[in-house]
Design a protein around this ligand. Structure first.
Ligand code: DLL
Length: 423
C-alpha cells in the first residue's frame, strides 16, 4: 500500500509538471498580463523544468483580476467561452470568471468526484440549496450531480418553508448548501413541527464559508446527517477544489488539477511543510482562465501524511478564515470561526452570532452578539471567561433573544465593523 501510494505520488508529480509547463506556455502566449509579468521578471516558459521552479513565477491576486475586468485575463478567444460566473465582491468591483466547454466538463468531473468522496451515488436525491446564478455554488453542484447520475432538485437558496415541504415530499437524501443555511433550515423545520430526524436525509455537503467543528456537530445532530466540508473559489474553478473524504481528517486538494502552496501572507515566501499560512493555487488543466499562483487569502496548512482513505491527494486543514477577515483585537489575531467554536460549546446558546467591532479610543473592542433563550448576567460572564480562556482576549457579551439576528440563505455575515460602517 505504502509503495503503491508513493508510486502514485510520483505519477501525480509528473502529471503536475506537464500541466504546469503547458499552462505557463498558454498564459505566456495568450495573456498579455502574464507575458508582461514574466518579461519583467526575466522568465520564459523554458525556465520551468521542475515543480520547484513554480516559486520563480509571479503571484496573481484578486486585484489583478479586477484591473483586467472583465475579460483581460482570458487565454482563449471569447467565442470559445460557454459560461460566465462572477464572485460576489463585497468591496469594489466583482470579478468575472469564464469557462470553455472543456472547463465545464472538468468542473463537472471534479464535482462528481466530490459527491463520490461523500458517499453519494446515482440512487440519491440531491436537494441543491446553493444559490443558482452568477454564484458558482448552484450550477457547480448541479452539473456534478447530473454527471454522477443522481437526481438533482435545483431549488437554489431561500424559500425555506418550501425547502422543507419538498424535502419531505421528494424524500431528499442529500442536502447541499452553506452550513449557516443548514442551521436555518433546521430552525424553520422546528417551527413547522417537522422532525428532520425522521426524514431520509443522510448526507450534507457544506462550504462556501468557514465553519467550525462544533458547528459540524450541531448540524449533524439537528439534521441527523453526516456533514462534509467542501472548499472552492470562483477564480480557481468554483466548488470542487478540495473536499473531505470518509476519514474527515482534512480536505483533499485535487492535485491533478490544482497545485497548492502555503506562503507567508506578509512576505510571500513559501513556508516549510506543515506551516500555517495563505493557500496559493495554480491551475494546471484550465483553458479559459488559467491562473498562476493565485493568492486565495484563505488561511490553512497542508497535511503531508498519507490519508487512511488511500487517496494520494494532499490534504489541507479546515479553513479557519481569510486573512482579510482576521480580526486583530488588542494585538491578538482572531478568526470569527474560533469564537464560533467556543460559543457552540455552551448549551444555553443558539448557534447564531454576530461579531461587532467598535473603536474605543485607539483600541478595537469586540462585542459578541449571541442568541439565548435564558438571559442572565451570570451567563454573559461565563461566556466571556470561556472566550478569554481559549483566545486570551476580553470581549463584551451581548445576549439577545432567539431569532433576533439576521439569518443567511447563502454566505453568513459574521462581522460588523462599526468603525468602517461609520465612515
Ligand atoms: O464559495 C465556491 C463554493 C461554493 C465553495 C459552494 C463551496 C461550496 P466564492 O464565492 O468565490 O466561491 O468564495 C470563495 O469562500 O476563498 C473562502 O474564503 C470561502 N470558502 C469557500 N469554501 C469554504 C470552506 C465559493 N469550505 C471563498 N471553508 C474562499 C471555509 C470557504 N471557507
Amino acid at each position: 500500500m505504502k509503495n503503491q501510494q508513493r508510486k502514485s505520488r510520483t505519477e501525480l508529480r509528473r502529471i503536475q509538471l506537464d500541466g504546469l509547463k503547458e499552462t505557463v506556455k498558454r498564459v505566456y502566449e495568450n495573456v498579455p498580463f502574464y507575458k508582461n509579468c514574466f518579461d519583467r521578471l526575466g522568465i520564459t516558459p523554458e525556465d520551468i523544468s521542475s515543480l520547484e521552479d513554480l516559486e520563480k513565477l509571479p503571484f496573481t491576486t484578486k486585484e489583478d483580476l479586477r484591473d483586467n475586468y472583465p475579460f483581460g485575463l482570458l487565454a482563449v478567444p471569447m467565442k470559445d467561452i460557454v459560461r460566465l460566473h462572477a464572485s460576489s465582491g463585497t468591496t469594489g468591483k466583482a470579478t468575472v470568471v469564464a469557462y470553455t466547454k472543456k472547463d465545464i466538463g472538468t468542473w463537472a468531473g471534479l464535482m462528481e468526484r466530490v459527491l463520490r468522496y461523500c458517499g453519494v451515488t446515482e440512487s440519491d436525491i440531491i436537494q441543491n440549496a446553493y444559490g443558482y446564478g452568477l454564484f458558482t455554488g448552484g450550477l457547480g453542484f448541479h452539473y456534478g450531480a447530473e454527471k454522477l447520475g443522481a437526481t438533482v432538485v435545483p431549488i437554489s437558496g431561500g424559500n425555506t418553508k418550501r425547502q422543507i415541504n419538498l424535502m419531505q415530499d421528494l424524500g431528499s437524501t442529500v442536502l447541499t448548501c452553506t452550513p449557516s443555511y443548514a442551521l436555518h433550515l433546521a430552525e424553520v423545520a422546528g417551527e413547522m413541527k417537522v422532525d428532520l430526524k425522521k426524514l431520509p436525509l443522510k448526507v450534507g455537503i457544506f462550504g462556501a464559508e468557514p465553519w467550525s467543528e462544533k458547528m459540524r456537530e450541531e448540524i449533524e445532530e439537528k439534521l441527523s446527517i453526516k456533514a462534509f466540508d467542501i472548499y472552492g473559489l470562483s477564480e480557481v474553478m468554483g466548488p470542487g477544489v478540495a473536499c473531505e473524504c470518509s476519514a474527515q481528517e482534512g480536505l483533499h486538494i485535487f492535485e491533478d488539477h490544482f497545485i497548492p502552496e502555503i506562503i507567508d501572507p506578509k512576505t510571500g515566501k513559501t513556508l516549510p511543510p506543515g506551516s500555517e499560512g495563505e493557500l496559493v493555487l495554480t491551475t494546471i488543466t484550465k483553458e479559459g482562465l488559467p491562473l498562476i499562483r493565485y493568492r486565495t487569502r484563505d488561511i490553512t496548512s497542508l497535511i503531508e501524511e498519507e490519508c487512511s482513505c488511500g487517496a494520494v491527494h494532499v490534504r489541507m486543514k479546515k479553513i479557519m478564515g481569510r486573512s482579510d477577515d482576521m480580526l486583530i483585537i488588542r494585538g491578538v489575531n482572531v478568526f470569527p470561526s474560533q469564537i464560533e467554536s467556543v460559543l457552540m460549546t455552551i448549551d444555553e446558546l443558539n448557534p447564531h452570532y454576530l461579531l461587532v467591532i467598535n473603536k474605543k479610543g485607539t483600541l478595537d473592542e469586540l462585542e459578541v452578539w449571541v442568541e439565548t433563550a435564558h438571559k442572565s448576567g451570570d451567563l454573559s460572564a461565563r461566556i466571556s471567561r470561556e472566550i478569554y480562556a481559549v483566545l486570551g482576549i476580553n470581549v463584551k457579551i451581548n445576549l439577545v433573544p432567539p431569532k433576533t439576528l439576521k439569518r443567511s440563505e447563502g454566505k453568513a455575515v459574521r462581522v460588523l465593523n462599526k468603525n468602517e460602517a461609520a465612515l
